[in-house]
Design a protein around this ligand. Structure first.
Ligand code: HEM
Length: 171
């Protein structure tokens, strides 16, 4: 069976080695060692998401306040890109597939998410072009990893209960 990583590579068109090229250096340090560039990026990204003309996509985020979504994302990015573990200190393990379980993370949603992230990156001046490319590859691969994970959790939910794992009823 194809692993989630394999599916992510196939669907995103980004090889795992390119997706994780972001880990070759320390992006957080290379961008100045403060959360600011990540705050800029996440603010830019979620401003686009919350103003999206495509209502179906905007709706996916309607359960969260924009400010909270920005903070969740930039703390995760700081942590993932080599900075202090801000996200885990406040929210616990990232467990991205589990945290996205309530949302319809489809191929279409991934493309819309990536569209906004591409635009947000293009207009974030505090991030240099080399890191932008590495981030975008990481985002593409991660987005499709989440799509694959979402499909898997939905399939698991669709499986009817079976008798193989039930306990013997008490008499
Ligand atoms: C949170 C949707 C891709 C990382 C969320 C939330 C939604 C969402 C609706 C809740 C907003 C909040 O309260 O923080 C999606 C969709 C995606 C996608 C539709 C399309 C594929 C990604 C990717 C990443 C990511 C590619 C990482 C690179 C996160 C993080 C949170 C989050 C860290 C905060 C989780 C928390 O604090 O509980 N996402 N997301 N998402 N997403 Fe995504």
């Amino acid at each position: 069976m194809q692993s989630l990583q394999d599916k992510a590579s196939e669907w995103s068109g980004v090889a795992a080695s390119d997706a994780f090229a972001i880990d070759e250096g320390n992006a957080f340090e290379e961008l100045g060692g403060t959360p600011q560039p990540f705050v800029d990026l996440s603010t830019n990204f979620y401003t686009r998401v919350y103003e999206d003309e495509e209502e179906w996509f905007r709706e996916i985020f309607s359960g969260s306040q924009k400010e909270d979504a920005i903070r969740n994302q930039y703390e995760f990015l700081v942590q993932r890109m080599g900075g202090p573990p801000l996200f885990s200190q406040r929210r616990g393990h990232p467990a991205l597939i589990g945290r996205h379980r309530p949302f319809p993370v489809t191929h279409r949603a991934a493309e819309r998410w990536l569209h906004h992230m591409q635009q947000a990156l293009e207009t974030t001046e505090s991030i240099n072009p080399d890191i932008k490319t590495k981030m975008m590859n990481f985002f593409r691969h991660t987005a499709y990893f989440l799509v694959a994970g979402n499909e898997l959790t939905r399939q698991a939910q669709a499986v009817p209960p079976c008798k193989h794992a039930t306990s013997k009823p008490a008499v």
